[in-house]
Design a protein around this ligand. Structure first.
Ligand code: SF4
Ligand code: SF4
Length: 428
């Protein structure tokens, strides 16, 4: 049925469902500033989400379920609480901090357990699913494959909103639903300001893992910072990092007890002639939350990007750091949490924080471009030919036996206009 992690990871749900665990955690933390799609989903579909969670609990033989969401989202809490309680599922109410949806954070908040370094929740008896994934699990059990994605559109648009969009809909069509942009030239953050990607291409398309779009003026500080070339980021870091170590002191993974020390990774930028093989190991357990670059560093440097590069280079060289010392929560963890309001101020986006009300009118794009890889694993193999007619929900690309991945389905009725190994285009 094509169900994959809808919060961004795209991990095939069937693999998680085939495991055995004590806990199933529903992740409704949604801590990316200006993204509200999970909030709207939890308000609208608490019954289906909880039903999907129960199915997942049965599948993995879990004795306990915890529904994790932010206490400040009162409307979502009020919608979810009675349904969850009736199903014997408890709530874990989270503070309004960034990050709180990271799997390591959420497992610790809900169970007090610490995932082993570089490990996965299953190692401490937990399966974690985004709330939209659980909704998709329930719909899949009723025979409905994943054809649509729930997204919120915010920032410099006329009417911020949240709605279902057929997978493969262009960003231009999504932004049109929100009344269009309020600025002439903009950068588009896909799935978040902190962990998402920046694009200027309106022909990009929504996939099963797109959480939403945040439109910011082209001259906004975040657009400017994110579009700087990696080499320039490294050059600035090399000359300006004063090793104050604020990036490490605020790092959520460091505060949870993992050996992540971005200031030491920045230090390696200074070793001009020694080459990339001398990246330090302290990036390995970084979760790329972006807090060091976009909040902690007083010099506006790029420790997160240095960690990204270090991880990639060390992996390419076949070097993998494994923390051997025990994971111990830092005594200052709770005192160094970053409130969303302060984060929005630091990101200079407070003026764009606005509700994204649910729009029920279905979006009907004239064409969709559906990628064959929207999930962890291998791309799906197209099984349709150009000119063929398809109905919404038909399988258009499938996985071979034993391959990690997910089937891909037509998201609208129409005619196959183009097929390649990476994409299938359907005209309505
Ligand atoms: S916070 Fe900035 S200046 Fe301080 S050590 Fe980290 S990268 Fe360097
Ligand atoms: S991006 Fe920075 S703050 Fe976030 S986990 Fe990595 S090193 Fe820590």
């Amino acid at each position: 049925m094509g169900v994959v992690g809808a919060g961004g990871a795209g991990f095939p749900a069937e693999v998680k469902a085939a495991s055995k665990a004590e806990y199933v955690l529903a992740n409704g933390a949604e801590c990316e500033p200006l993204l509200h799609k999970d909030f709207e989903l939890m308000k609208r579909y608490p019954g289906e989400i909880v039903a999907g969670m129960k199915r997942m609990m049965e599948s993995v033989s879990a004795s306990q379920g915890r529904f994790c969401l932010k206490e400040k989202n009162r409307e979502a809490v009020e919608a979810v609480e009675p349904v969850a309680r009736k199903a014997g599922i408890g709530l874990t109410l989270l503070g309004d901090f960034y990050p709180s949806g990271d799997e390591y954070e959420i497992v610790y908040a809900a169970t007090g357990r610490l995932i082993p370094p570089a490990g996965i929740p299953l190692q401490v008896g937990c399966v974690v699913n985004n709330v939209e994934t659980l909704l998709n699990v329930e719909r899949a059990a009723r025979g409905e494959p994943v054809t649509d994605k729930f997204v919120s559109i915010s920032g410099a648009v006329k009417r911020p909103c949240a709605f279902w969009a057929p997978v493969g809909t262009s960003f231009a069509d999504l932004i049109a639903v929100a009344g269009g942009m309020t600025v002439e030239r903009a950068g588009i953050f896909v799935s978040g300001l902190m962990m998402g990607t920046l694009t200027f291409d309106l022909s990009g398309v929504v996939t099963k893992t797109t959480c939403g779009l945040i439109v910011l003026p082209e001259d906004h500080m975040l657009v400017q910072r994110k579009s700087r070339p990696a080499q320039a980021m490294a050059h600035i870091g090399k000359s300006a990092c004063d090793q104050c170590s604020y990036c490490t002191e605020f790092c959520p993974r460091y505060l949870l007890g993992y050996d992540v020390q971005p200031h030491k990774v920045m230090r390696t930028l200074g070793f001009t002639l020694s080459g990339r093989e001398n990246w330090s190991q302290w990036a390995e357990l970084c979760c790329a939350c972006g807090l060091c670059t976009l909040y902690a560093c007083p010099e506006d440097l790029y420790p997160k990007e240095a960690c990204d590069q270090a991880k990639a280079d060390l992996r390419a060289a076949g070097i993998r750091f494994v923390q051997t010392k025990p994971v111990r929560v830092h005594p200052m963890k709770e005192y160094r949490r970053v409130p969303q309001t302060l984060l929005r101020q630091r990101l200079q986006v407070e003026q764009y924080e606005a509700p994204t009300p649910f729009l029920s009118a279905g979006l009907q794009p004239a064409r969709v471009r559906i990628p064959t890889k929207q999930h962890a694993g291998k791309p799906a193999t197209p099984v349709v030919a150009e000119g063929q007619r398809v109905k919404r929900g038909d399988v258009i690309a499938r996985m071979n036996e034993g391959e990690l991945g997910a089937f891909v389905h037509a998201s609208i009725d129409g005619r196959i206009a183009r097929v390649s190994a990476s994409e299938i285009e359907i005209e309505a």
